[in-house]
Design a protein around this ligand. Sequence first.
Ligand SMILES: Cc1cc2nc3c(=O)[nH]c(=O)nc-3n(C[C@H](O)[C@H](O)[C@H](O)COP(=O)(O)O)c2cc1C
Length: 441
Amino acid sequence: MAARQMIIGMHLGNGYGNLPGAWRAPSVDPQSYTSFDAKVRHAQAAERGKLQFLFLPDGPTHVGDLANEPPHFNLDVMVTLAAVARETKRIGLVATGSTTFNEPFNLARQFKALDVMSHGRTGWNAVTSSGEDVAANYGRRLPSSADRYARAHETVQLVQTLWGSWGKDAWVHDQASGRFANAEQVAPVNMSGKFVASRGPLYIPPSEQGQPVLFHAGGSPNALELAGRFASGVIGAAFTIDDARTQRAAFRASAERAGRNPDEIKFFAGLMTTIANSRREGLDRRITLSGRTFTQRASYLGQMLGLRLDPARLDEPLSPEQLAGARPSPGDPRSVQALKIAREGWTLRDVLAHGVIDYHPVIVGPAVHAADHMQEWFEAGAVDGFWVSPDIYEDGVDAFVEGVVPILQARGLFHREYDGATLRHHLGAPTQYGIDPRLAL
Ligand SMILES: Cc1cc2nc3c(=O)[nH]c(=O)nc-3n(C[C@H](O)[C@H](O)[C@H](O)COP(=O)(O)O)c2cc1C
């Protein structure tokens, strides 16, 4: 039997990269935010590395410093993936879509159309959305978590039912007989719940993988339950191996409670990368592009370490007295790593340049460090793979693909070729058309 290998996705965001200052890098076209050519280029780079999927987060709002930094998200995730689908062949295309602020019929139609267009490479990251600022864009208030998740359960089932409403073999398209479809196999769904309803049918035939694959992102008990029932992939966030292992186990247990095989749900931890020849070179790249934010961040780092840090002294390491008095904040799982880096003697500016306040673990330095991190987490049973977010897409995807991927391949931890053409195949997700009959019971 072949050894278990990891699955890797790549974050495809605003066109620049995860560093707030990525848009100002000399190698970057500052108009990449609106450039679909740029998104296609980054997707093709990930496909050269045989990565299994692209992940496009989305929270249709902008709350940030637009005067200095670009928005985080794509102009529109579905339009971006339509462009990417036409210029790539194998890589999976996973877009985020809100169950709270979309009608199931719209979701069903757009995702299945993309799945047909991409020949079975589409995934839907079904999220419930959070934040009043998102709700305000729809002229609404954010519903309670209970209501958002209740609507999410209804929405996913309705979307999957709509996907299955065009029967698997309904499309005849026989020119000789003049028969286009077996109309009796294209049936309305006539579903209505407390939150959503649709008559159907959805008039789109199956793709090469039947229908899109479900993903979820979120960590609450509600999120666990939703993912356990429906998701084949979980877009996760974890700062330690123990945390990731606990989360992965919880998602697997939830899938089992729903009557599924736990191997059907794959947990992907986030990883942010600055791949460089040396750690010093990587830190300098990050300082040049995003050092502007460090003065503000110093006070937060102080809270994480239980210290008062002076933002005017960014070029000094923490004193022995400070290090002796530091207490990692139990409320912030990043604090232990932050203190570990500080104890290595780096200046405050360098500590911040390590990304100790970022959303995911950050690797700054040679490719082998990223490969070691990924191997350790994978072999510890903490993850099924990763979703990787490069600092700058324009060269950071290539750096990952040319640096990290060959090391993982040489260690037998990552495949060398795509051996299938659909996202379902890449993930090992079981065949499904319409709703999962096990859950319908
Ligand atoms: C790694 C990760 C990625 C996420 N990506 C998105 C996203 O792209 N869009 C979104 O609206 N929410 C996203 N979420 C948020 C969740 O969907 C959820 O709304 C949030 O975690 C609140 O969780 P809860 O509603 O389960 O309490 C993400 C969450 C995690 C952990």
